[in-house]
Design a protein around this ligand. Structure first.
Ligand SMILES: Cc1cc(CN)n(C)n1
Length: 330
């Protein structure tokens, strides 16, 4: 089997939302597919009314295939400080033509203000490794883990794009979605993430800097978070760029377009190049003169995060069979 669906960017590509079908008859919710976590949770009929502002709600009582896991609960918090918690059902979940008949669907009873104010986001679908799932008393499998045995190939791919819809596919690699070769690198799944090591970076037309950058491929994080040495080298090349403590990050003049940023993949010289315009993440004010940087520091996290600013420059294969990541330009 195979499947897949569109990934539509919200403003500034802050997140990408994908239609997911849940229950019988189907209830379609737009979920944030997140390779950096492993819970599938949704806004629901059980979500505190004061914490819902426009989201589509999954109602298990309207699904003939929903089965409550009595006594099961979940609670999750994310790197950005957001959180949610609730109870657990099993139900049929589909992404395009790919269906998992008994998927743990975690219904939110509480969500933090970040989710309440994100009116188009109806929940998250985690594609990290199973060890990160928060369901108690027994952890539940991700959609990918449940689907894998039936897939033509044990993979899913992320083809996120700047400002226009891209796709998540399951079970196959679309040869028309990328250019050149796919370079595969090893993954350390010991922390539950798609954790890999880049050999270094280059700024603009500059020489390649060999420096080990270990980090996670995380579709649920908006920005590219890198070691402070790399970040200061990048912004040090831009007149007027500075760390702005009020914004809690580096800001830069939106014009002229900043230099490209490339990160290495594998030991044969392959690299993914971010066009400089991707680093103009969003204007900080109404004049549009100053932009918040799409590359920021990873201090305090313990690893780099290759979020959407990086991923949207690439075609990425998440191989659950070999536990490798494949990177290609497009
Ligand atoms: C809701 C959410 C998901 C993620 C990345 N895994 N973050 C940082 N926030």
């Amino acid at each position: 089997s195979t499947g897949g669906a569109v990934a539509t960017p919200e403003d500034h590509d802050v997140e990408y939302l994908t239609p997911v079908s849940i229950g019988t008859p189907e209830q379609i919710l737009n979920l944030d597919i997140d390779t950096g976590s492993s819970d599938l949770w949704v806004f629901s009929s059980e979500t505190s009314r004061s914490e819902v502002k426009g989201q589509t709600l999954y109602d298990p009582s309207n699904s003939s295939t929903a089965q409550k896991l009595e006594g099961y609960t979940w609670s999750i918090s994310y790197g950005d400080g957001s959180s949610s918690a609730g109870e657990v059902y099993l139900d049929t979940v589909s992404i395009g033509a790919l269906t998992v008949s008994s998927q743990a669907v975690e219904v939110a009873q509480k969500v933090s203000s970040e989710f309440t104010s994100d009116s188009n986001n109806d929940g998250l679908l985690g594609l990290g490794f199973g060890s990160l799932n928060t369901v108690q008393p027994n952890a539940q499998k991700t959609f990918f883990d449940n689907a894998m045995p039936a897939l033509d190939s044990p993979v899913f791919t992320a083809d996120l794009k700047a400002g226009i819809p891209g796709r998540y596919n399951f079970g196959y690699i679309d040869p028309n979605a990328y250019t050149g070769n796919i370079t595969y690198v090893s993954v350390d799944d010991s922390q539950g993430f798609w954790d890999w090591t880049s050999p270094g970076y280059a700024i603009g037309s500059g020489s390649f800097e060999n420096t080990t950058i270990k980090g996670i491929a995380d579709t649920g994080t908006s920005l590219l978070l890198l070691p402070s040495s790399v970040v200061s080298a990048y912004y040090g090349k831009i007149s007027g760029a500075k760390y702005d403590s009020t914004q809690a990050g580096y800001v830069l003049p939106c014009s002229p377009t900043p230099p490209d940023f490339a990160f290495g993949v594998g030991d044969d010289g392959a690299a993914i190049v971010l066009p400089g315009k991707y680093i103009n993440y969003a204007p900080t004010g109404s004049s549009g003169t100053t932009c918040f940087g799409g590359i920021q520091g990873d201090s305090g996290i313990g690893f780099a995060i290759f979020g959407d600013v990086a991923l949207k420059a690439a075609f990425v294969v998440f191989d659950g069979g070999s536990k490798t990541l494949g990177w290609a330009s497009k």
